[in-house]
Design a protein around this ligand. Structure first.
Ligand code: ADP
Length: 725
């Protein structure tokens, strides 16, 4: 008779579950967390299914079942789908789900202390110090003792003496429940917003999966609209997930959510500490946390009753995870919603062409907010032809940009200069011998950072002190910066506007999320005159006194072999320009360019999104690119160039001949990746284009299955690539 087995998946790089005998006595269910022996260890895994095997096969038994709630069948399906679609090992996707082992157990109960009654006279200095503490209450004995610089014995002594109250409570408290009926908004929704709310609420109330694109110009108040949809889902007792591109930057957004629901949402992002992670995971898994705001990885939390997912700024490229399991959280969110029978709202002022096409063909509802509320109007956008308005030698701001900044400052407003380049100068060159400073193990130039006095590789983080002499010809003082970074633009602005407050905002100058938030708040409060910023500044911030935005290099991003360059440039520039004129003051944006005839820029200047979309879609259709066709990339890396070439050629020969469903597949490459060497590894790329009727992930899996990858090589598959480096 065949033997029954439980199939257990471990959160490691394995493609499938392993067979075990189910433990005698405790039955296990699908989705249960169990400990089982693997090699010499006992590891945590998840029961993925049951099956039968040969009676003579020697099998080990599951050692222990955790008593927590099992993962839901839809979660298991979601993990399976993610792995299959993205050609990733199943176990690695499970690893994205299990983010805290401690969260599988209930929160430990601990003692908390708070001061009690009036302070009696004659206290010892130690006891006084404890009562003088301001913000540790209610706290644990060890934390209070540490803050006051006393021994923990002092705390228990004070409790006994009736100076402190002791309460026994969970270490990780549940979240305060959001209240859908709470209304902390200071204004009325516009009729356009109300209509949009109505459309979305209807979708949320319908049973089963549905999707909507919330398509509204920058500053049109999309957040308020999707929060009302969230309120509907919460009213029905469901869980709501709001995905945001960069959580560190959404403090203002977080405040609005907290005000709307009278409670702070659970927050999730990759930089969280263990305690916060454990708490959120557990509360989501038990269904008690109803409202989660998170970065892309929040999609893999074990929701029990997900009713709505919102993907804010759905076009944003940070939804794509480029390392480990390569996936696009926006696309996977649609899958998650469909598996859960939930609604999904994709929100953006500049929707991706994929989502826009889905909305226009009726797969998604199309909910449009055409204008800003109240007196706020869209900024006027102009182009500055750099061939005509040449900046002074060694400078980067043309006269029209300088005038724009002056005008805003004269009116007592603020200005922003945008350049998506960190550091001082993107290239360091020797005037004596022409040497360019290069990263030692990577194919990229070193970027000068004046503030830290270092030369940095932006691809690997390698850095060294800025040399005084050229490393090649040894000439002293011959190294000079080429091109602008934000530090250099800020330096130029300081020369032009010497008595103004100028601040830089980029991921490295601002340092940590706390400092980024501080600067954002300073900007919003009008304490900064000119903000010079990278990508960081474009995401959904409201600066009421900002009336002029100058884009230093509108061409950055248009060049190169990136298929989405036009789309991304257009999106970024619309978002940047959209920072201006958010409140009652009209705003203006000027974009410096060498390509004033480029269709993305012309469309931008004319405020004619339709023209841009039409041109871009036309080009995509002609070339069979998304959304009219499908793309995948393969990145192969090896220890040296000949070996990488050889392995790439071998892989090419193994390509399946025909598309699984018929239809056309084109394989381009292998060719050297634009960054041909990264951390000493030689990289080759393929780009695969397929007709729309082809199941490209299935094709790629078949291809991948035909090769064994020796350990000195790495082969990555990227479905629907967003980056091409
Ligand atoms: P979007 O996400 O569409 O760019 P936001 O939701 O950030 O826009 O809203 C832009 C600004 O307009 C915010 O400061 C918001 O508080 C404000 N706002 C939104 N709706 C209204 C309204 N009905 N009346 C007044 N101000 C509003």
């Amino acid at each position: 008779m065949p033997k029954s087995v439980a199939r257990v998946l471990f959160p490691v790089s394995v493609p499938e579950p392993f067979d075990y005998l189910a433990p005698a006595g405790t039955p296990v269910r699908i989705g249960d967390f169990v400990y089982a022996p693997i090699g010499k260890q006992v590891k945590l895994g998840v029961v993925w299914g049951f099956g039968e095997t040969d009676p003579d096969r020697d099998l080990k038994s599951i050692a222990e079942r955790k008593s927590c709630r099992p993962l839901s069948p839809e979660m298991l399906k979601f993990v399976d789908f993610t792995a299959k679609y993205n050609c990733a090992p199943l176990g690695m996707v499970l690893r994205m789900v299990i983010r805290s082992y401690k969260a599988l157990d209930p929160s430990p109960m601990v003692d908390f202390y708070t001061p009690k009654g009036d302070r009696p006279a004659g206290l010892t200095p130690a006891r006084q110090r404890v009562l003088d503490l301001a913000d540790v209450w209610p706290g644990r004995a060890s934390d209070i003792a540490k803050a006051a610089g006393v021994s923990p014995g002092v705390i228990s002594g004070m409790a006994k003496a009736g100076l402190l109250t002791r309460t026994h409570a969970p270490l990780d408290p549940p979240f305060v429940q959001p209240r859908p009926a709470h209304d902390g908004r200071a204004f009325e929704l516009t009729s356009g917003q109300n209509q949009a709310v109505l459309s979305l609420s209807k979708l949320v109330e319908e049973t089963g999966f549905n999707a909507a694109l919330l398509d509204g110009v920058t500053g049109s108040g999309k957040t308020e609209v999707y929060l009302e949809a969230a309120a509907k889902a919460l009213e029905h007792g469901g869980q709501v997930l709001i995905l945001v591109p960069e959580i560190a930057l959404t403090q203002a957004g977080m405040r609005r959510i907290t005000e709307r629901f009278g409670a702070e949402p659970a927050q999730w992002h990759s930089a969280m500490g263990d305690a916060a992670r454990r708490r959120v995971w557990r509360e989501v898994a038990t269904g008690r946390a109803k409202l989660v705001v998170g970065a892309r990885s929040a999609l893999y939390l074990p929701y029990t009753d997900l009713q709505l997912i919102v993907v804010d700024e759905e076009h944003d490229s940070s939804y794509k995870q480029e390392e480990g399991v390569i996936y696009n959280a926006r696309d996977m969110a649609v899958v998650r919603a469909s598996l859960s029978g939930a609604s999904i709202v994709l929100a953006s002022a500049t929707p991706s062409l994929e989502s826009l096409t889905n909305a226009r063909t009726g797969r998604y509802a199309h909910v449009i907010l055409p204008e800003r509320p109240g007196a706020a109007i869209m900024p006027e956008v102009g182009l500055v032809d750099l061939k005509e308005h040449v900046p002074e030698k060694g400078r980067f701001l043309s006269q029209p940009l300088i005038d724009g900044v002056s005008q805003a400052l004269e009116q007592g407003d603020q200005a922003m200069l945008y350049l998506n380049r960190r550091g001082y100068a993107p290239l360091i060159i020797c005037r004596a011998c022409g040497e360019r400073l290069k990263s030692p193990d990577t194919d990229s130039w070193l970027v000068e950072h004046k503030r830290t006095g270092r030369a940095i590789c932006h691809h690997t983080g390698y850095s060294m002190p800025m040399p005084k002499a050229c490393p090649a010809c040894k000439t002293d003082g011959s190294l000079s910066p080429v091109g602008p970074g934000v530090e250099r633009v800020a330096e130029e602005a300081a020369i032009l506007f010497p008595d103004k407050t100028i601040e830089i905002l980029s991921s490295d100058t601002a340092g940590n999320p706390e400092r980024i938030r501080e600067r954002m708040a300073k900007m919003a409060a009008g304490e900064i005159d000119i903000m010079v910023g990278t990508q960081m500044v474009v995401k959904g911030h409201n600066f009421p006194h900002l009336t002029f935005v100058g884009v230093v290099d509108g061409d950055l991003g248009l060049a190169g072999g990136d298929l989405r360059a036009g789309e991304r440039t257009y999106q970024t520039l619309v978002q940047v320009a959209g920072r201006a004129g958010r409140a009652e003051k009209p705003g203006r944006a000027l974009i410096q360019t060498h390509l004033p005839e480029h269709e993305a820029l012309v469309a931008l200047a004319n405020g004619d999104r339709e023209a841009f979309i039409k041109a871009e879609l036309g080009m995509r259709e002609m070339l069979g690119l998304p959304p009219f066709g499908k793309l995948a990339a393969v990145i192969i890396s090896g220890p040296d160039a000949p070996k990488a070439n050889e392995f790439a050629q071998k892989f090419l020969k193994l390509a399946p001949r025909v598309g699984i469903d018929g239809g056309d597949i084109e394989i381009m490459g292998p060719s050297e990746a634009p960054i041909a060497i990264l951390r000493g590894r030689h990289r080759r790329r393929f780009l695969i284009r397929a007709d729309r009727n082809i199941n490209l992930p299935a094709y790629m899996r078949t291809w991948q299955g035909r090769i064994r990858v020796p350990s000195k090589f790495k082969l990555q598959i990227d479905i629907d690539p967003q980056g091409f480096m």
